[in-house]
Design a binder for this molecule. Sequence first.
Ligand code: PLP
Length: 393
Amino acid sequence: MQKYAKETDIVHGIHTSHITTMDLVPPIHLTSTYRFRDADHGAGIFNGTDKGYAYTRMGNPTVDLFQEKIALLEGGEAAIAASSGMSAIAAAAMTLAGPGDNFVSCTTVYGGTYALFQHDLAKWNIEARFIPPKSCCSIQSIESLTDQNTRFFYIETPANPTMDVIDIELWASVAKTHQIPLVVDNTFASPYLQNPLSLGADIVIHSTTKYLNGHGDIIGGVVVASNDMIDRIRKGYIIHYGPIMSPFNAWLILRGMKTLAIRMEKHSDNAMKIAKWLQMHPNVEKVFYPGLASHPGHPLAKKQMKKFGGMIAFEVKGGISAGKRLMNKVKLCILAVSLGDCETLIQHPASMTHSTYTPQERADAGISDGLIRLSVGIENADDIIADLDQALR
Ligand SMILES: Cc1ncc(COP(=O)(O)O)c(C=O)c1O
């Protein structure tokens, strides 16, 4: 089979023309259930001897198209879509670990992920063991938290919101030694900029709410892995707990994804220009962007990413009160959480996305009270700079 470049697969990958009507764009299969030709056909679908669909919680052609497409782009065998990024994370974690088990992660992850790991999984007697930012790329630190009950490793890179870059190959090598899977949240990079499976990871997770959909109009998530692993997650969690992706959302994501390559190019180019400008601004204390040579993760980001993405964090001189004034003064940038949309979004992690952390936990994760997070959009970079400049002044 002819192999195409990533941009081409993003547009054409997985046949999308309807077999009889030949639509360019696939139809949305908005149905909760499916007809059986006869009783034996229905029984055959349920026992797996017949191919076909029975009920949308168990499978839907539009959701399948999205799953096949993301599996192709991440270089995985299969994928299972979920109702949100959080349900994709919960599905993977709760399939891999059970009561009495533990797993190792880093303190720098999305605030919702941290809360799930630290508080909710604990109720199921699943213990999360966290490594602080400075030791996140130390084999010794990972080893010291790993024992015979460790069921998986979980990292996010670049990490939310500090833009720490975590070494996927390093974690994968320790995971291989212990014969446990490495799970990587690839939301910030998208499959266009980074492919964790090709670096040795076993499972990739996305909040499809962000760059994959790219237009801020749905919530969704997905897990990509081997056929066996996806089968376990589908049967062991998604079908029975029920957090499925709706066919309509799958269709919107498929539509949004067609422009993923050009959006990620523009997000990355804009963010690079803005990060360089912020770094020189007299009212800015510190800029965290993996594309800057001053960022400690820059050499690693260069190795494992194609470009550096659209996410920037920065500290304004004057701490939290100056940061709040900045957020209240922007006119073009929109004060909102989430990320990966066409619009530039600005927010305050300590009081918003990472408010699930205690002040001590935030300090341990390197999230200062004055940190501002910018999800750089695809507008003209100079317009974003002009807006930030008037607000900073
Ligand atoms: C890196 C990352 N992973 C996962 C999630 C959770 O995704 P969702 O909001 O789609 O549940 C988020 C949400 O912001 C995120 O930033």
